[in-house]
Design a protein around this ligand. Structure first.
Ligand code: FMN
Length: 171
């Protein structure tokens, strides 16, 4: 299965990156084709609500920025993983921009989804989890798992093992 991980943290080699790399290792062991797309460092603007896509644009977004590469990568994705640091109880703005840019397509393309979230504090996930569940339902898709990790030091052998196991469990 082709899996695309939308990694929304701008911090290179940060916690979210560490977690998704473990996931990728496990999912590749299970035979999947996994691509991590570091949308946290891409120039992707938010949706302008200009409605070009729903009028003249025929489903295409008027904004020709790096989101165009993301649309291509997601075209044949069978599974999408949303990966994010928690910023004020929500996805990072960078990942939120990517999500809003799906307005031109309506729903997201994949039929399986997962969520990987990193925060400093525990119990800060309700907003993200609800949003994620709504997106999965709206896309008529299936959630295959969520991992929410907190703490000052997350790059641990234990977390790596847990993420590899999570990746390996994907069917
Ligand atoms: C702008 C900003 C807002 C944050 N807001 C929260 C928050 O609301 N709750 C929390 O527990 N951690 C918050 N954090 C901490 C990060 O979520 C946490 O350090 C995370 O592990 C960073 O992941 P990264 O290394 O992949 O960027 C915030 C960090 C930043 C930079």
């Amino acid at each position: 299965m082709k899996i695309v991980v939308l990694q929304g943290s701008p911090r290179k080699n940060g916690n979210t990156q560490f977690l998704v790399e473990g996931f990728k290792e496990g999912a590749e062991k299970a035979g999947h084709d996994v691509e991590i797309v570091n949308v946290g460092n891409m120039k992707i603007a938010p949706c302008l609500a200009c409605e070009y896509c729903h009028t003249k644009g025929n489903g295409e977004c008027v904004q020709k920025d790096e989101m165009q590469d993301v649309y291509k990568k997601l075209n044949d994705a069978e599974m999408i993983v949303f990966a994010s640091a928690v910023y004020y109880f929500n996805f990072t703005g960078q990942l939120q921009n990517v999500i809003s840019r799906f307005y031109c397509k309506g729903t997201m393309p994949a039929k399986k989804y997962a969520l990987i979230v990193s925060s400093y504090s525990p119990d800060v996930y309700s907003g993200i989890v609800e949003t994620y569940k709504h997106i999965v339902d709206y896309s008529n898709a299936t959630d295959v798992g969520m991992k929410c990790i907190n703490g000052a030091e997350q790059k641990t052998e234990g977390n790596h093992k847990m993420m590899v196991e999570f990746g390996s469990s994907i069917k």
